[in-house]
Design a protein around this ligand. Structure first.
Ligand code: C2E
Ligand code: CA
Ligand code: CA
Length: 461
């Protein structure tokens, strides 16, 4: 402690030379108070926690959980109720933290509405229970009992805090930021996998343009089969990332982060371009041509030049429009419904086909089925997974039958995704489904394998 205070004295004097004299006269206690306490609440501040986190001052292998949290909508509280109320709330939180001596070793107000605690090493369930009770006890706003205060909290367990003590605060803050919901208190635990994924996502985003330049995105094709003739009648283009030409990365790993950040169009455009080139090459070879569908991400609807980009790309390769189908996921519908309907209408009037992907999942909008210019309804794999031919009275079976008849009534083609078993295909056929895309018939294939399949088909006919 002695050396720490000395260091602080030196830093303070260097930063505030005019206060040098005042410093000399200040007692050690006063100095200590100023360094380690927060002026608004009188509670400990981040300097204090920082010192506690230094392993050099801890007993060897000391175990603790680290907690970091903030108040949801704190700026609203300040703006609506005034800073006095906001400050009162900060004080209440601090005083409640100091009362919980049996499980909180150290607690501080870090800055603004951010707080941190070092607690006893506890099992997950135990710390959740403690924290929930704690947040409940500070959930009333001083002066307005009707206003419920919610918190966003990140926790690093004892195991993780032991392995990397110098990063523990960043990790807890990272977990804290995962709390995005409104009107509830959220407690999120840090995991190393989660952190690695976040770092990887950031890297993927930064690297995307280079990957496009290096031609790292490739297209696989999963054939679609006519359920009666069991012949290929089309395919879906599915992207794969030949990452740095070293390893194959599947879309589940990168599509969500690209969608979230609005850059998915760069990938979708590569896929469309490669699909068109393939159809162009197949036509040159005189092979039979079947429509290929490409995924059209909802985030691309924000791009006002989208229609031109799509049409120009297809026309550049002289591909007939009816050979390209755009697959929209259901959730795509919500952001800007009017623009989307307009775009789909334009695409359809230019001869492209439109299908609704993953039907039955996410935000179902039955009314949209009536307004949307559509050719195909793709029933999501989760329904197909539930088919149980021996128990047709099961709710899932009833539902899938109803979806098929809905598609028929609306004069749409009905395609089931992800069928893996013969019994599923038989059931779908019996109930009027038109097409199937699933491992039962074929997995997604590299483009050349798909072409070979079509070539063989042509030879046997
Ligand atoms: P999706 O559009 O629903 O594509 C179907 C996914 O289901 C594909 O996974 C396919 O390989 C898989 N699948 C098909 N049949 C079966 C089956 O019988 N069993 C099982 N277990 N899986 C089956 P994939 O290729 O990993 O793609 C996952 C998702 O990534 C796609 O789901 C789509 O939402 C997205 N995606 C793929 N390529 C693109 C793309 O070029 N652009 C955009 N925006 N999204 C893409
Ligand atoms: Ca799809
Ligand atoms: Ca799908």
């Amino acid at each position: 402690m002695e050396s720490f205070n000395k260091k602080y004295e030196y830093e303070y004097e260097t930063a505030h030379p005019e206060n040098g004299r005042e410093m000399e006269e200040m007692s050690k206690e006063e100095l200590y108070r100023r360094v380690y306490h927060d002026t608004i609440t009188g509670h400990y501040n981040w300097n204090y926690m920082w010192k506690q986190l230094d392993r050099r001052y801890m007993p060897a292998e000391f175990e603790y959980c680290f907690v970091h949290f903030d108040i949801k909508d704190f700026s609203v509280i300040n703006e609506v109720y005034g800073h006095y109320v906001g400050n009162d709330l900060l004080r209440i939180v601090c005083s409640r933290m100091s009362e919980e001596k049996d499980w909180i070793h150290y607690s501080v107000r870090c800055h603004n509405d951010n707080f941190a605690m070092m607690t006893k090493a506890m099992a997950r369930e135990d710390i959740i229970e403690k924290l929930e009770n704690f947040f409940e006890s500070v959930s009333v706003l001083p002066g307005d009992e009707t206003f419920k205060v919610y918190y966003r909290c990140g926790v690093v367990t004892a195991e993780d805090s032991l392995s990397k003590d110098d990063q523990v605060a960043d990790w807890a803050k990272f977990a804290q930021k995962l709390g995005q919901k409104r009107d509830c208190t959220e407690i999120n635990f840090f995991t190393t996998e989660m952190y690695k994924k976040m770092q990887q996502d950031k890297y993927y985003l930064a690297y995307l343009d280079q990957a496009v330049k290096n031609d790292e995105f490739i297209v696989y094709l999963q054939p679609k089969y006519d359920i009666h003739t069991e012949c290929i009648v089309g395919a879906e283009a599915l992207v794969r990332w030949n990452y740095k030409h070293e390893k194959m990365v599947f879309p589940g790993e990168f599509i969500p982060v690209f969608e979230e950040n609005g850059v998915i169009g760069k990938v979708d455009q590569v896929v469309l371009e490669k699909t068109c080139k393939l159809l162009h090459d197949m036509e040159k070879e005189g092979l039979p041509l079947f429509p290929i569908s490409v995924n059209l991400s909802r985030r691309r609807m924000e791009n006002e030049h989208l229609l031109d980009q799509l049409v120009n790309c297809v026309d550049k390769y002289g591909v007939s429009h009816d050979l390209i189908e755009f697959e929209l996921t259901e959730s795509s519908v919500y952001e800007s419904e009017e623009e989307m309907l307009h775009l789909l209408g334009e695409l359809r009037s230019l001869g492209f086909k439109i299908s609704m992907d993953d039907f039955g999942t996410g935000y179902s909008s039955l009314s949209l089925l009536l307004n949307m210019p559509l050719d195909t309804l793709k029933i999501d794999k989760c329904f197909v997974d539930c088919i149980d031919a021996d128990h047709e009275e099961k709710k899932e079976c009833i539902l899938i039958k109803a979806i098929i008849s809905l598609a028929k009534e609306l004069k749409l083609c009905c395609l089931a995704e992800g069928a893996e078993e013969k019994s599923q295909v038989d059931y779908l056929r019996k109930n009027g489904c038109d097409k199937v895309q699933g491992y039962y018939y074929s997995r997604p294939l590299p483009a050349q394998e798909y072409v070979s399949k079509i070539r063989e088909m042509g030879n046997t006919e």
